[in-house]
Design a protein around this ligand. Structure first.
Ligand SMILES: Cc1cc2nc3c(=O)[nH]c(=O)nc-3n(C[C@H](O)[C@H](O)[C@H](O)COP(=O)(O)O)c2cc1C
Length: 264
């Protein structure tokens, strides 16, 4: 995508990257990555860019070449789906941020939140439920056992439960699933797709550890949210970002500019 002219136009109009970020509901770092050509521009953002630059969306797409280049520049832009489960463990911000990152990567997210998950969202964040479900491509009620993601014939890349409570983990391990979140996870396992559980509890008793072993033997990936310190995180947001980057590595998805050991 050609971005130099956008930067020049922003400058001549006195429009800041912060204003562009507000227009697409993202932070300035996203705009900066787009303008550096390190993150593709989603088509729904192109409209907001065009509005701010006072031109028609068609003219904006023509000048930037965004529409025509999108598939090449954006390897994840094919119809790819990942199920995101948010259960009632602490750390719901992992699931919320995951929805944003996957949307930026052009992945369709299919969201299901357990009832305790809704409680932890209210306890730990200022987000309303519609604000969170609005970040997903599609969301389902926890009791909607007839939802597409309850069937193996509905193809997905897999599922990430972020965060995963001990209760949800144990239910998935038994196969006796009582809600859509655990049913979807069971389906992902039976279809031999990727199931990543960000199990969050501490300390752990032997039963928890045995359940994790059992799930690992069944093909799930147990990936508790554990921060890395070698990246010198500036705060919680950096820790969450790095953790999620390592989770997305498991799906061969790349967060641009994720700090990596041994790479500058
Ligand atoms: C603020 C808060 C934090 C919690 N943190 C955890 C946790 O880290 N791990 C966990 O397994 N359960 C945690 N729980 C308890 C779960 O919410 C509870 O076991 C619930 O039944 C899980 O249901 P779910 O797996 O259907 O979401 C927490 C509950 C609350 C209210």
């Amino acid at each position: 995508m050609k971005t130099n002219w956008i930067k020049q136009k922003l400058k001549s109009m006195g429009v800041t990257q912060e204003q562009l970020a507000q227009a697409i509901g993202r932070d300035r770092a996203v705009v900066s990555r787009i303008l550096q050509g390190r993150q593709p521009l989603r088509l729904d953002w192109a409209g907001a860019f065009a509005r701010i630059l006072q031109m028609s969306p068609e003219e904006f797409l023509r000048q930037s070449g965004a529409g025509s280049e999108r598939t090449d520049a954006y390897p994840n832009a094919q119809k790819t789906r990942i199920i995101v489960g948010i259960s009632g463990a602490t750390g719901v911000i992992y699931g919320i941020r995951l929805l944003e990152i996957l949307a930026d990567l052009g992945i369709e997210t299919h969201l299901v939140i357990s009832r305790p998950g809704m409680i932890t969202i209210a306890e730990e964040t200022d987000y309303t439920l519609p604000q969170i479900t609005g970040k997903a491509f599609r969301h389902y009620r926890i009791g909607d056992i007839a939802a597409p993601i309850a069937s193996g014939s509905y193809r997905t890349l897999g599922m990430i439960v972020a965060p995963c409570s001990v209760r949800t983990m144990a239910e998935i391990a038994t196969g006796v699933t009582s809600n859509l979140l655990t049913r979807a996870a069971d389906v992902v396992l039976k279809e031999r797709r990727r199931l990543v559980l960000m199990v969050r509890e501490t300390p752990l008793h032997t039963g928890h550890l045995r359940t994790m072993t059992q799930l690992s033997e069944m093909g799930a990936i147990i990936a508790p949210p554990m921060p890395a310190f070698y990246t010198r995180p500036a705060g919680l947001a950096d820790m969450v970002e790095h953790n999620l980057g390592r989770i997305l590595d498991l799906f061969d998805l790349e967060i641009p500019a994720l700090p990596r050991w041994g790479e500058t």
